[in-house]
Design a protein around this ligand. Sequence first.
Ligand code: OGA
Ligand code: NI
Length: 367
Amino acid sequence: MATTAPTGSPLSQPSLTHPPPPRKVTTVKALSESPGLSSIPSIYTFPKQTYHEPVSDTKEPIPTIDFSLLTSSHPGQRSKTIRELGKACRNWGFFMVTNHGVPERMMKAIIEVSREFFELPEEEKRGIGGKHVLDPIRFGTSFNESVDEILCWRDYVKIFQHPEFHSPKKPPSFREIALEYSKRVRLVAREIIRGISESLGLEKDYIDETLNLENGLQLIAANLYPPCPRPELAMGLPPHSDHGLLTLLIQNQIGGLQVQHKGKWVNIDPIPNSFLANIGDHIEILSNGKYKSVLHRAVVNNRDERISIAVPHGPALDAIVSPASKLVENVGNPPAYGAMKYKEYLELQQGTMLNGKSCLERIRNGD
Ligand code: OGA
Ligand code: NI
C-alpha cells in the first residue's frame, strides 16, 4: 500500500482522489506584454540540453518542388517532378512548394486576420471553442496546457475547415478569408498527395481513395510566438512530428522553424510566397516507414512577433490507416505499424505528453 505524508505537512502529496485544480495558465501574449518583463517564469524554462543541441551549418538547401510542373500536361516533366518529390520525402520529409497558384494576397490576408484574432481581449479568446482534440475550434497556449510540464512560448487557435467548415465569429472577416484560403490550399495539398502516392509506386489516387480524402480532415492552426526576453531558455514548440498526411505552412517572414536533418537542427528560412510542406505520421504509416515524418521545432526570438499558419491535411476521421498492402509482405517488408483509425490516433496523441515521436512509436510493431 502506498504511504502518504500526513495531510497539512509540507510533504503532503496531492491525493489521487482529489486531483489538484487545473492550473490557471495565462496566454504568452498577455505574459509578453507585462510591463518591464526581462525574464521568464521558470515553468517556461527548458532544460539546457534542449537549446544547446547543435544547429547545422549545412549549405545543402531544402528541396523545392515546382507545383506547376507537378500538374504539367507534359508527361516527362510530371514524372521528373514526381521523382524529385519522392526524393524530398525520403531525404528530408520537408520541402518548399513554389508556383502553387494560391494568390499572395490570400496568404497575407490569413496571416493578418490571425494577428487580429490574437489581439482580441483575453476573456473573449478564452471563451472560444473547446479543449478536446475533436472540438472544431480550440484556442489555447503551449502544446497541451493541461499536461505539459514545461510550457511552450506559443499561443494558438485551431479551427476545422473540412469536411465541416468552422470559424470564430471575430474578427468578422475571418470566416470569408479562411474559407477561401483553406479551399485553395486543399486543392494544392490533394495534388501533392497524389504525387506522393505515385512516387511510392502506388496508383495516383490510392491515398485519396483509401483514406477518403473527399472527407479528409483539414485544419487551420494559427500559431503566435510573441517576442521573448530570454529566447535561449524558452521553446516556441518543442520537437514533434505532425499527425496526418501533409502540412502546408506559411509565416510572416520571421524565421524560427528548425527541421531535424542528418541528426542536426537546420534553420529553415522563409521563402516569400511559397509553402513549406512536410509529410505527417500517416504518410509514414501508409508508406510502411519508407517516408519518415520528420521532427521539427520552433524557436523564439527577442525582437519580433512571429505568426505561422499551419494547415494540416489528414485522412477522413473514420478512415483506418495502415501500411499500403503493395508496400508490405510481397516485397518482403512486414507491416511496421498497426492499423488505427485516424480519429483514435488524434485522441491518443492529445493524451500523450509531447515527447518526440512517442505517439507514432506506440503503434510501431515489434519494438
Ligand atoms: C505546427 C508547427 C511550426 C511553426 O504547428 O505543427 O510545427 O513554425 N509549427 O510554427
Ligand atoms: Ni508541426
